[in-house]
Design a protein around this ligand. Sequence first.
Ligand code: SAM
Length: 299
Amino acid sequence: MDETPHLSVLLEDVVDLLAVRPGGLYADGTLGWGGHAAAVVSRGGRVVGTDRDAEALAAARTRLGPEAELHHARFSALPALLAGRLADGILLDLGVSSPQLDRPERGFSFRLNGPLDMRMDPSSGESAAEWLARVGADELADVLYKYGEERQSRRVARAIIARRSVEPPEPLVTTRQLAELVASVVRAEGRIHPATRTFQGIRIAINDELGELERALAALPDCLAPGGRLVVISFHSLEDRAVKSAFRRLAGEDAPRDLYGNPVSTTPFRLVERRARRGDADVNPRARSARLRVLERIA
Ligand SMILES: C[S@@+](CC[C@H](N)C(=O)[O-])C[C@H]1O[C@@H](n2cnc3c(N)ncnc32)[C@H](O)[C@@H]1O
């Protein structure tokens, strides 16, 4: 296990918003290399955590010590793993970590050559190469458009499907092959690599990232103790939109308003802040697109 650092995004904000108290129970659904969770532990919080990446989990275990209760699992399993215990705070720091992106063998990077994998949990499900070898043109184009925000999605999808019938066969099995194929049909815009959006779209699809988020947003608020907070950091507009609308609905923001403009509702949740906090790209380039939202179970 190398010691590649992952700078935790919005670390101070997370610590401040979770208001960690000694002995409190905090669930971290996306442990990664354990940066946020370590801050919780250092303030005396007890941590229950998940990561679907066994390597990340091992690194988090080393960092957090034996007291932390860590599970190799998806965060949608947190409610079952908490088994009725109510958390004083829950954190989801979505997406992939720098160590995942920076390791060629994980297949997330279009800059580094490696197997075309992109699974956060390489022990389960289909790799990107397997998925690209069977997906239909329409589904692929939709994924690239929706999750990758690739405006030339049909063109990229056609090139990927056409690759299946070249003679002699040359299946797409490496990140470099895919990056070069995309670059051959998509114009570069500024300093962004032409394959950036395609890689993002495929990664979100094969890891079912939005499905995971949806399931978590449906179940995690009920795992909060009174006064407990759910903090979600997202890196993609689709994720942020899902978080924003789930939190607004839970906080009764869509409910009818009284004379003073306050929502008339009896929901046990409230928005701690109406606007998303943004990451600071000067501190950490990964934070450029970060949006943090927080929901509280009313005490
Ligand atoms: C941005 S990193 C988290 C970094 C961490 N907060 C830190 O400070 O080091 C996201 C992590 O969440 C994991 N992850 C993403 N989606 C997940 C899911 N649905 N279930 C469990 N882990 C997930 C990834 O494997 C990755 O390790």
